[in-house]
Write a protein that binds this ligand. Structure first.
Ligand code: NAI
Ligand code: UGA
Length: 442
């Protein structure tokens, strides 16, 4: 099938590459000419493991191209995928300006029957709005389908090539066979439903995952007070298939471009129909507070933070991505700077994007994790990158001013910590302080 994808962010770019990988001809379109120029030179604007190999293979096979000419791309395609951003407005509602603009441009470009599929995460009823906007700009017949995206950053290609399920929302059942056929090369787990339900499935799924995270984080806060170990609790809970083991990792909470925006958007969607989504409001509040646990633990171990030197390991909102959108590190770094701390920052790939967003004379940008720990009074791990798990704790202690490690993602097992001589704080686990106090004076 000839496909045009509008928007080359994570969703548009990865979806486009994967549809090409499955033998379709794809034109990925973006209004950001710098992104298109980079892509035409086979340089990915996003860090995603393996993306450039897939991109190069499909460009060279003539199945994938990049363009800023939306009109031409639409005219050469049967399926038009909308994958533009839907960021948060100050109210928390989804900002649909990019959706509306893309719909109008697609309408103006229509030439012959098309199927328009929305992959962007949009409030319930938005696909009807897209239909109205396109119809204002063309007499040509077309169909609308909702195909929400469930990929995760850092595993986007894997998630797209091997999805748990694909949801297809359509109102014209005559489209079902073609849409199922197009997606059957990815999985046989294809759930066909109506458009509004498909739109809600996406928000409800993200909101539920965020709820699991805030739930285990509140459990971790109680574990600290009752002397239980939240990692053990999560394992025991997860053995129940009704609960499942995933998304029960306690830490400093969720960030990223979607959980924060989609939870707020769903609260607004409910509010717009006079329903107060109390549970989800609590999920958001719990998450907002959780990231400050790191600062509480720093104060607990160091007292006042003015003029202390603190190493920060990890800036991206999760490992294997350079995305810092709504990352806990943004608020934690700014709060520590405002308290007068001197910071040594390191992240394997996200430092460039972070520095564009936030820099300060009190920040030293470091080339590796150990450099960020030299003469540090404490190190705070904010992102669970694999490389942090492999660091020699004895070497770490040797070069720190004080052997204090705040592990915001419970990266280290008890066995690694016991006897290591670190003054170790984590989330929801009893700190064996006594086991270390005899070895270190803090
Ligand atoms: N990032 C993720 O992991 C996931 C995102 N989503 C959803 O997918 C949508 C896109 O997300 P991202 O890829 O992160 O967005 P993004 O914001 O990274 O990229 C969107 C791209 O669309 C382009 N664009 C906007 N209007 C355009 C127009 N009229 N013509 C051509 N290009 C245009 C922008 O220049 C930008 O490059 C959002 O609704 C998001 O909630 C869904 C699942 C996963
Ligand atoms: O709509 C989206 O954009 C996507 O949002 C999430 O994917 P993503 O945000 O890329 O990454 P996740 O792996 O879900 O992690 C999100 C945040 O939750 C945190 N998290 C995750 C899992 C956990 O157990 N605990 C926890 O704190 C991570 O550190 C990260 O900050 C969903 O998992 C995807 O299914 C969805 O498509």
């Amino acid at each position: 099938m000839d496909i045009a994808v509008i928007g080359t962010g994570y969703v548009g770019l990865v979806s486009g590459i994967c549809f090409a990988e499955m033998g379709n001809h794809v034109i990925c379109v973006d209004q950001d000419i710098n992104k298109i120029a980079a892509l035409q030179n086979l340089v990915s604007p996003i860090y995603e493991p393996g993306i450039e190999t897939f991109m190069e293979r499909n460009v060279q096979a003539g199945r994938l191209e990049f363009s800023s000419n939306l009109i031409q791309a639409v005219r050469h395609s049967e399926l038009i995928i909308i994958a533009v951003g839907t960021p948060s407005l100050p109210s928390g509602e989804a900002d649909l300006q990019y959706i509306e603009q893309a719909a109008a441009e697609i309408g103006r470009a229509m030439s012959g029957r098309k199927i328009v599929a929305t992959k962007s995460t949009v409030p319930v009823g938005t696909n009807e709005k897209i239909r109205r906007i396109i119809a204002q700009h063309t007499e040509v017949p077309f169909d609308i389908v909702s195909i929400p995206e469930f990929l995760r950053e850092g595993s986007a290609i894997q998630d797209t090539l091997h999805p748990d399920r694909i949801v297809i929302g359509l109102d014209n059942r005559e489209l079902e066979a073609a849409m199922v056929e197009l997606h059957s090369s990815f999985t046989d787990q294809i759930f066909v439903t109506d458009i509004r339900s498909a739109e809600m499935i996406k928000y409800a799924s993200n909101a539920f995952l965020a709820t699991k995270i805030s739930f285990i984080n509140e459990i971790s806060n109680i574990c600290e007070k009752v002397g239980a170990d939240v990692t053990e609790v999560a394992q025991g809970m997860g053995k129940d298939p009704r609960i499942g083991p995933s998304f029960l990792n306690a830490g400093i909470g969720y960030g990223g471009s979607c959980f924060p925006k989609d939870t707020k958007a769903l609260i607004q969607i409910a509010g717009n129909v006079n329903y107060e989504f109390q549970l989800l409001k609590s999920v958001v509040e719990v998450n907002k507070a959780q990231r400050y646990k790191v600062i509480e633990k720093l104060k607990e171990s160091l007292g006042q933070l003015h003029d202390t030197v603190i190493g920060i390991w990890g800036l991206s909102f999760k490992p294997n991505t350079d995305d810092i959108r709504e990352a806990p590190s943004l608020e934690i770094v700014e709060a520590l700077i405002n308290m007068g701390a001197k910071l040594k920052l390191y992240d394997p790939v996200a430092m460039g994007k972070f520095r564009e967003r936030y820099d300060h004379p009190s920040i030293q940008w470091c080339g590796n994790a150990l450099e960020a720990s030299i003469n540090a009074d404490a190190v705070c791990l904010l992102t669970d990158w694999q490389e942090f798990k492999e660091i020699s704790l004895s070497q770490l202690i040797y070069q720190m001013a004080q052997p204090i490690l705040i592990d915001g993602r419970n990266v280290y097992a008890k066995e690694q910590i016991e006897g290591a001589g670190l003054h170790y704080y984590s989330v929801g686990r009893p700190e064996p302080i006594a086991a270390f106090r005899s070895q270190v004076s803090v």
